[in-house]
Design a protein around this ligand. Structure first.
Ligand code: NAG
Ligand code: NAG
Ligand code: NAG
Ligand code: NAG
Ligand code: NAG
Length: 460
């Protein structure tokens, strides 16, 4: 590494660590200790153990935080190994150091939140508290490590190893995993729902009653761990931006680093979002466009909107909503859904007498097109929400303020319809305004009266 480069790295690191003297930095550079992978590994397994030991019912908030932490540590490990493989030590290394620094800051924030939750929760055992402080101490120790050492590790070995790998693999690029065709479920039969695993008020507690959130099942490169949030910011009905978070823990602690991507400056207007049942897929938001019987796709990269007109007679503008006994959910005429195979739209029409209709949303030669369509015999207003998993449509109904039931399914592969699915799950809030399945981690994401709650799907 060139001396000038070392000096600039050194200057950067001095700044970020807020150590005022250059002497200290020199001293750290001469230290040749490698990054303590073992320690990170053991911290990681302690977090996982801790997560398993905590009883789910009373400590969902705590679980969300721990899950955030558990997901966060592998990301840190991955970033550090990426840094190790970076052989020129140039600008890329500097940027990567920034990334790691930010991650550590967020981890610390997360741990502080964990601690305050613990302090207020009298039910928690002393044992768990002890584990958390051990983890905190270990993370603090990891944080003091000079990550520059990571770059300085034996690059010759790395290069040799990479040359060998390339030689063995014959330079063939690895093909991305292909999505299975709908109807074929890689996980087995859907049998149950457990949780909640995540329950968080997020960044704006109590502010937006209706909304949607989740993960992009087909994320753009580098955004694999990102989460998105679309609050209905006008009259509980309309939205005009997508808010992004770089990880689950950022969502829970409410730190939106990428911030908002605006669909339109005003709200509501042409092409803004109408109703909460939206999904993000392949870097684009799919939703019911304002005042139209059509699906809009907003590309977050190009900031352009493509529309897909639904068949004549499709009901829209809050005419055929999802309902429970006492209340119908505003502007839920169109429900967008994702599963292992892509994007779907669930709606109803005059010619279907208010029964649910399911269509695939596909990429056509001239933009979006409506793919195959299925007509069901379940009446939409008897349903509180729907989602797709492995090519099967599922519908929920309201049982009580504490319980919701997945009562109905329609298998698009066989045409088989079932009215006795009988999967019950506990609710944290009376009304579930949004429900969607995440094929990435087999979670059900729900948005309930300003809160983000998620469940784990159990497959046979
Ligand atoms: C960390 O743990 C994983 C398995 O959990 C193992 O494959 C890996 O080699 C470990 N890394 C180190 C540096 O110990
Ligand atoms: C924790 O343990 C100590 C003794 O080991 C006990 O005095 C204290 O009441 C315990 N705290 C809680 C919250 O259970
Ligand atoms: C947890 O928070 C309390 C104050 O609420 C503080 O006294 C304590 O040192 C914190 N513990 C850890 C491990 O951060
Ligand atoms: C589904 O999960 C719940 C909660 O874990 C459990 O009580 C119930 O017995 C499970 N039902 C089936 C059919 O496995
Ligand atoms: C979004 O726009 C970008 C840039 O124009 C393009 O590369 C990408 O394919 C588009 N994505 C979708 C889903 O249309």
């Amino acid at each position: 590494m060139k001396l000038s480069l070392l000096l600039s790295l050194c200057a950067l690191f001095t700044l970020t660590l807020q150590t005022p003297t250059a002497e200290k930095c020199d001293c750290e550079l001469s230290n040749t200790k490698p990054f303590p992978h073992d320690q990170l590994n053991s911290t990681q397994s302690k977090v996982a153990d801790c997560n398993n030991n905590v009883t789910p019912q009373k400590t969902v908030e705590l679980e969300s935080l721990l899950l955030g932490l558990e997901r966060r540590l592998p990301q840190l490990v991955a970033d550090i190994s990426e840094l190790e493989q970076d052989d020129d030590g140039g600008m890329y290394g500097v940027l990567a150091l920034h990334v790691i620094e930010n991650e550590l800051t967020e981890l610390r924030l997360l741990i502080d939140r964990l601690n305050s939750t613990m302090v207020t929760n009298r039910q928690l055992s002393n044992d768990t508290i002890q584990q958390i402080s051990t983890i905190k101490a270990e993370l603090q120790e990891l944080e003091t490590y000079d990550t520059l050492q990571v770059i300085k590790r034996d690059q010759t070995n790395k290069r040799l190893k990479r040359d060998l790998d390339q030689c063995m693999n014959g330079h063939q690029p690895t093909a991305p995993p292909t999505l299975p065709p709908h109807g074929l479920c890689p996980h087995g039969r859907f049998v149950n729902v457990t949780g909640p695993r995540i329950n968080t008020a997020g960044e704006y507690p109590g502010s937006f009653k209706y909304g949607a959130w989740g993960r992009d099942p087909k994320p753009l490169e580098g955004r694999e761990s990102w989460y998105w949030y679309v609050p209905m910011s006008a009259s509980n009905k309309y939205a005009h931006y997508v808010r992004l978070y770089s990880s689950l823990s950022s969502l829970v602690v409410g730190v939106s680093v990428p911030g908002n991507v605006m669909i339109h400056a005003s709200n509501p207007t042409t092409n803004t979002v109408q109703g909460p049942n939206v999904v993000l897929y392949g870097g684009a938001l799919y939703y019911n466009c304002y005042n139209q019987d059509s699906v809009c796709r907003f590309n977050l990269t190009s900031k352009t909107v493509t529309t897909l007109q639904l068949p004549k007679g499709t009901r829209y503008n809050s005419k055929s909503n999802f309902c429970q006994v006492d209340e119908c959910y505003l502007f839920t005429d169109l429900d967008l859904a994702t599963d292992e195979s892509g994007v779907w739209v669930i709606y109803t029409s005059n010619q279907d007498y208010g029964n649910l209709v399911l269509s695939r949303v596909e990429e056509g030669p001239d933009g979006l097109q409506l793919g195959q369509t299925w007509h069901t015999s379940v009446y939409k207003q008897a349903v509180t929400n729907t989602f797709m998993a492995c090519g099967v449509l599922y519908a929920t109904r309201f049982v009580s303020k504490d319980t919701e039931e997945i009562f109905y399914s329609y298998d698009t592969a066989t045409g088989q319809e079932k009215f006795n699915v009988g999967i019950y799950f506990p609710k944290m809030f009376t009304n579930m305004y949004y429900l969607n399945y995440s094929p990435l981690d087999q979670m059900l994401h729900t948005y309930c009266e300003s809160n983000m709650v998620s469940y784990k799907v159990v497959f046979e």
